[in-house]
Design a protein around this ligand. Structure first.
Ligand code: AMP
Ligand code: MG
Length: 488
């Protein structure tokens, strides 16, 4: 392996050089028999990487971290975090590496990061590895989220390593190559703050401002402006999740980005029958990260973020706290506004129509969805046909026909725009049973189910013949029993 010459990629090491206290230079473990399972050609082009070169042994070496270009400084990143509410002072990349930063075709800096690349000094009891199934889950779901227009880390490739990893059973191992606008997390700030080194905290905040909130640099209060920018980004992000029924599953502070991108797809899933209490993670017995709890948890996490910034907000702690609380007070109204505007768009109404009738129509639809546990995705998608004069599909989904028809009459009086609805209500989401089917097959070496699933979710609004199976809800009631596991 070491004889292979790395493909020429300009990998920067800004994080490692600007924030050395948070970066442990480290190398990926060798992969005994690497096989490229899936490569994101579109994303490779965006990153100005040659897809043909990525398929060569040297390219696969880059995607597994075993052949890196000269000058690169792969590093494990340090972070802390609240996991299910309990603080861990030292988490960090236990099985991941930041290979470096690269400039994409738009001149934006993007992190190239690996997951499953071997133990690091942050591994604690973990083996540093990842299995094919969970890495492909992250690939499928993150690409689906991107296609839905939701900020997210992206997936460049999944490479099977040829090594078996021990979970409940022995499973084929894999490395995911992930791309993000950065890997700064709320937990990164918690770690920096806990060191007591205010200079480090300031450097981290400045780094974050440069990458994610450049206009904050010119603000009279740059760090307050950073806090406000992160609050706004997360308020919008979580609203976008909720509008498509996405349940993240592990909204720990180490899994919440400063960029406002969705990160770390573990026990995540899309809700089918509408029920705010929906939980998918097998270890979330208390429902902390249930669908309907996500805004409250985001606000809780942002409060932890604000706490880390206090020394930078004002000289006096009381003043800093007052500023932080005022900024945090904007979360709920911003989230509600994004959610309500999104719902109105889903109903073909003007996003800014906050009149009484539009508000009532939205609220009553949510009540209908919930009382009938209607499949969120096909339920909303069926409504554009109603707007075009055909209620057949909707009648098959909404249980209480008389209540639905009465509701529809009032809604239609508002003259919804059916074409606009089809641009925001997806036909295809990565449905749990289809994701499981593709992962189970891939684990057995069969990649056939993966292709059409990726094809469907990559163009989610574009209904296509032959893909009916990808639009249909899962077998009845299966959503109730569905669990995704944290043992990834
Ligand atoms: P996650 O639940 O994937 O967000 O990970 C939480 C923490 O556990 C992070 O610090 C990970 O690096 C670490 N971790 C998860 N799985 C492993 C593993 N198999 N080996 C080492 N560290 C791991
Ligand atoms: Mg994580």
């Amino acid at each position: 392996m070491t004889a292979i010459t790395a493909i020429p990629v300009a990998l920067g090491n800004r994080f490692a050089t600007e924030l050395p206290e948070l970066a442990v230079p480290w190398r990926a473990e060798e992969s005994p028999d690497p096989t490229l399972l899936v490569l994101n050609m579109e994303l490779a082009a965006e990153l100005r990487l040659d897809p043909t070169a990525l398929r060569t042994p040297a390219g696969v070496g880059l995607l597994t971290g075993t052949t890196v270009p000269e000058g690169a400084t792969p590093a494990a990143q340090a972070y802390a975090g609240h996991q299910f509410g309990a603080y861990s002072p030292r988490l960090g990349d236990g099985r991941a590496l930041l290979l470096g930063e690269l400039e994409d075709e738009h001149g934006r800096l993007r992190d190239l990061h690996l997951k499953g690349s071997g133990r690091t000094p942050f591994a604690r009891g973990g083996d540093g590895l990842a299995a094919v199934g969970p890495m492909l889950r992250e690939y499928i779901v993150s690409e689906a989220m991107h296609a839905l227009g939701i900020p997210t880390t992206r997936s460049l490739a999944v490479v099977a390593t040829g090594r078996f990893v021990r979970r409940d059973e022995w499973l084929p191992g894999a490395v995911l190559a992930r791309v993000a606008s950065s890997h700064l997390r709320v937990g990164t700030f918690q770690y920096a703050r806990a060191t007591g080194d205010i200079g480090l905290l300031r450097r981290l905040a400045d780094h974050a401002i440069e990458r994610h909130a450049p206009s904050a640099a010119d603000d009279a209060h740059p760090y307050l402006a950073l806090l406000r920018a992160v609050i706004s980004a997360q308020a919008r992000l979580v609203a976008q999740w909720m509008l498509v029924g996405f349940v993240h599953g592990v909204m720990n502070t180490d899994n919440m980005t400063i960029s406002g991108e969705t990160i770390d797809y573990g026990p995540c899933a899309f809700m089918e029958g509408f029920d705010p209490a929906t939980v998918y993670s097998s270890i979330d017995a208390g429902g902390r990260y249930a669908y309907g709890n996500q805004p409250a948890i985001a606000e809780w996490n942002l409060t932890r973020f604000a706490e880390t910034l206090l020394p930078l907000l004002a000289e006096q702690q009381d003043d800093a706290i007052a500023l932080a609380l005022e900024a945090l007070g904007d979360f709920a109204p911003q989230h509600r506004a994004a959610w309500s505007a999104g719902l109105r768009s889903k109903l073909g109404l003007r996003a800014d129509d906050d009149g009484q009738e539009a508000t009532l129509v939205v609220d009553e639809l949510l009540a209908l969805l919930e009382s009938g546990r209607v499949d969120l995705t096909s339920g909303f998608r069926s409504l554009s046909s109603v707007a075009r004069g055909s209620s057949e599909a909707a009648h098959g989904l909404f249980d209480h026909r008389a209540a639905f028809d009465a509701w529809a009459e009032r809604w239609l009086a508002l003259r919804p725009d059916a074409d606009a609805m089809d641009r925001v209500n997806p036909v295809y989401i990565p449905r749990n049973h289809l994701v499981e089917e593709a992962l189970a097959a891939a684990t057995e070496g069969d990649l056939d189910p993966l292709g059409p699933l990726l094809d469907a979710v990559s163009r989610p609004f574009d209904e296509r013949e032959g893909l009916e199976r990808y639009a249909a809800p899962g077998p009845e009631r299966s959503f109730r029993a569905y669990r995704t596991y944290c043992g990834t």
